[in-house]
Write a protein that binds this ligand. Sequence first.
Ligand code: HAM
Length: 429
Amino acid sequence: MTKSFNVPRGTSDILPDAIPLWEALESNARKICKSYGYREIRTPVYEDINLFKRSLGQTSDVVNKQLLELASSKEDEGLALRPEGTAAVVRSYLENSFDGRESLSKFFYLGPMFRGERPQKGRLRQFHQIGVEAIGPNSTSPFLDAEMMALAMHLLKELGVKGAQLKINTLGSKEDKANISAWLREEFTKHKSDLCEDCQARFERNVFRVLDCKKEQCKKLVKELIFKGGTVSLPLSNDSAQYFSKVLHCLESIGVNFVISHDLVRGLDYYTHTVFEITAEGLGSQDAVGAGGRYNGLVHELGGNEKIDYGAIGFALGMERILLASGQNEPVASGINVFVIAMKEEYQPQAFLLLQQLRKADISANMSFVSGSMKSQMGKANKANARFALILGEDEIKNQTVALKDMLASSQEVVAQANIVEAIKNRLK
Ligand code: HAM
């Protein structure tokens, strides 16, 4: 027997019945992002692998374990499918000299991302994100941090996500991060061997990750050594602490609810200052429906002008998780305006002509190219969820008319073929 093929592990087909859900998600997302002044950007699905390595950090799980490399030919060497959108947006921002044109660039994107993860509910190898990024010298304002989180929460609400909870923390400036890293290493040093294998490996380059490790042994140590059983925050400079409190104040001023979560550190290296994550109900263990934060240092890291003091902040929402959390998994019945029925094979040319006239007039229409009994043709019209059936029988062909059957009202009338477009348009109003 010939081998059949299956969709690759961790990916899925989005079948026609589910497309209306995705279309609604995408068009709502576009509308809301635009209403906050963000403009859509589309970057390639693959990039130079070093763009991801440099942006996300060599110690991040995404770079370490999950990059899907393209290596089918010499030309593809050094390319990888994008695991996220931020790095590519910054690359494009610099390559297209947005920094020379405007002091704040606001982008959003929708599209597939790829990570070589172990698949489980809500965790896929190809998934889709709605991402938003604001980059430029004028981006270091606590209002912008608040705008980002407000936009993320607004999107989730409009997209029907239930029980969304915003968790927020600050990692401080680049200097704070270095100081906190040194402090964490000192605190953990005597207990290094009690940490899980991953955390021991991350100890030197990204000790922050120990704070959000999900393994019991690490969680216990973090609680005892760092948070001393309570919720002590990480040591920060005055400037960073003040910036964070302004962000919180801005959020409160526009009524965005949040909880401060001192152990929230995020898995990607590029973050500084504000970091946030949004969880939702109904997602099981993969309960983050979105996440983001500031990444002020990344623009310089990717070659930005040393004389410009860039700032940047953004977030991404997982679209599959949005659909899961909003309970919108049931396919929505889509329909068509008209189903054209030729009662005999020889009437098909005339039916085909009318079919095309309808489509050109912006009336959605379909027909079966296999002739069959009236019963089977009506069955097809019903299955297509047609609003009208347009029937061509012997009399209609002779008189240049059609029988127009209203599938909702179950009524039928005769209409001249010459007037059919107008007649249907009037009835669809
Ligand atoms: P992230 O936390 O890696 O951040 O991903 C953001 C969201 O994408 C997650 O909260 C989740 O909803 C979804 N997601 C991630 N991985 C998977 C997966 N394997 N399967 C299904 N959904 C997934 C970023 O990607 C950053 N680029 C966000 C950002 C933008 N930070 C600043 N700007």
